[in-house]
Design a protein around this ligand. Structure first.
Ligand code: MG
Length: 210
């Protein structure tokens, strides 16, 4: 558990939108799932969730694929509510989180366990065929994007592997509804069974094949 304590301290200092309790759950899920196969996250940002998931993978000498175009989401652009001037490159006049992400990996001693995939999740998916122990969906939060991530990536989750969504808010007063709607669609598909949530982390397990 010493490793997790160090990672938690680093995560506290890392920009991002993940609670420590959610991070610890991601760590435990990745630790279990990385025995089945590689893990994958969509939406790396500055690497906060990556720290937890990669640490779980590291326990089994597994690997994590971490996908992000690193240009920030719509609501992180200049003038938008989640814009952070620290993440804006004045030379290119673009949001660029990749440098922060790399620094986080380096500080967490996790570079040997993470494959950064710097493009949209849809491009990465075009030639993907590796079965996965866990997929964590936390990329674009519009209904179209969450649904597309679910449709493309859930088919690669191995039986007994995990499909995890961030920002699940059953009450609309707490947050946007797109991830919650797609999480319910995933459940309705019959391919997954539900596990208890941790704050806004929705956890599904792929059923065994008959
Ligand atoms: Mg999120």
């Amino acid at each position: 558990m010493k490793m997790l304590t160090q990672i938690e301290r680093l995560a506290e200092r890392t920009k991002g939108f993940l609670e420590a309790e959610e991070g610890r759950r991601l760590y435990r899920l990745a630790r279990e799932a990385s025995r089945l196969g590689p893990c994958l996250e969509i939406g790396s940002y500055c690497g906060k969730s990556t720290l937890y998931m990669a640490s779980g993978c590291k326990e089994n000498d597994g690997i994590l694929f971490s996908i992000d175009h690193h240009r920030g989401s719509e609501e992180q652009q200049p003038g938008e509510p989640y814009f952070d001037p620290d993440l804006f490159n004045p030379q290119t006049k673009e949001v660029d989180t990749f440098g922060h992400f790399r620094k986080t990996l380096r500080m967490g001693h996790l570079e040997e366990y993470v494959v950064p995939v710097v493009c949209t999740s849809f491009l990465a998916a075009r030639a993907w065929s590796t079965p996965l122990g866990m997929v964590f969906i936390d990329g674009g939060h519009s209904l179209d994007m969450v649904r597309q991530d679910f449709q493309i990536w859930s088919q690669h989750v191995l039986p007994r592997g995990y499909l995890v969504f961030h920002d699940i808010y059953p009450d609309p007063a707490d947050g946007g509804q797109a991830p919650y709607l797609v999480y319910q669609e995933a459940l309705a598909s019959g391919f997954f069974k539900i596990h208890p949530m941790t704050l806004s982390l929705g956890v599904l397990e792929r059923n065994q094949c008959r």
